[in-house]
Design a protein around this ligand. Sequence first.
Ligand SMILES: C[S@@+](CC[C@H](N)C(=O)[O-])C[C@H]1O[C@@H](n2cnc3c(N)ncnc32)[C@H](O)[C@@H]1O
Length: 271
Amino acid sequence: MPLEHDQILTAFNRAAPQYERHAVLQKEAMERLLERVESDLTDAPNTILDLGCGTGWACQPLLTSYPQAQIIAADFAADMIAQIPPHAQVEGRVTDAHCIDINAASVDLVYSNLMLQWCNQETVFKEIKRALKPGGTLHITSMGEHTLHELKSAWQSIDQEPHVNSFAPTTELADCLFRLGFEEVIADSEFITMTYANVFDLMRDIKNIGAHNTDNQRRKGLTTPQTIKRLDAAYQEFIQDGLYPATYELVYLRAKKSTTDKGLQVKINAT
Ligand SMILES: C[S@@+](CC[C@H](N)C(=O)[O-])C[C@H]1O[C@@H](n2cnc3c(N)ncnc32)[C@H](O)[C@@H]1O
C-alpha cells in the first residue's frame, strides 16, 4: 500500500463533486488513452474494467466504441462512484485497486487512466492479471520519472526535501509487467506541458494529479509565503510568455495476459 492511503482516499472523496471541472490533464490523457485502445483492440471487449474510474467519464466514449460492452467502473472513493451517470451497462463499484472486488478471469479489457501513480504498482498489476481473462488486454496511463522537472529543479535550489513525488521509470513498469508474466508489453511516454498563471495555481493542480509528495517522511507543515517567494524566483528561468510551465511525462502501458494463463495452479502431490 502507498503511504498515506487514507489521506489520498479522503482527498478524492472531497474532490469528487468538482473533479471534472479541474481535471484538465486527466481529460487530455483520457482522450489519448481511448484513441490508443481503439486503434489497438481487434476484437470488441464484452466486459471492461475501468480501474480508478473517478466520475466515470470514460464510460460513455467506451460505450460509443463498444456498444455491447458491460463496464465495471471501479474506484475506492465512494463519492467518485456517486458521480457516475446511471446507465444500464455501467456498474459502479467501490473497491480498492490493491484488492479488487472482482471475479478472477472475468474481464476482457482493463482501462485505467492516471490512477496507477497513487498505488503500489506491482500489487495492482497482479490484481489486474487476476481480473483479466486469458488473452485479455490492459491499457493504462501513469506518471513518468521526468514529471515536473521544472518544479523539482526550483525546489532543489531552496532545500533538499522531496517535495515532488519520484515516479518509476517507464522501463521499470514494463519490466514489472514482464516479470509478472504479461505478454506483448508496450510501454512508451510523451510529454504534456500545462501552463499556469502563478506558482500557487501550479502547486494546487499537482495535488489533484497526485504528483505532490505523499511520502510520510517528508517535512510536515505549511509552505511559508517566504518559501513561495523563493520558489517563484527559482522558477523564473522556466517562465515563457509570462506563464509557469509544468511538464508531465504521461506513461502508456499496454500488455496482454497470456491466452494459456489459467491463473495460479496449486499442485498437491499425493504421497
Ligand atoms: C486522477 S483520478 C483519475 C480518474 C479517472 N480515471 C479519469 O480519467 O479522470 C485518480 C482516481 O484513482 C482513484 N484511486 C486512487 N487510488 C486508488 C486505489 N487504490 N483504488 C481505487 N481507486 C483509486 C481515485 O479515487 C481517483 O478517482
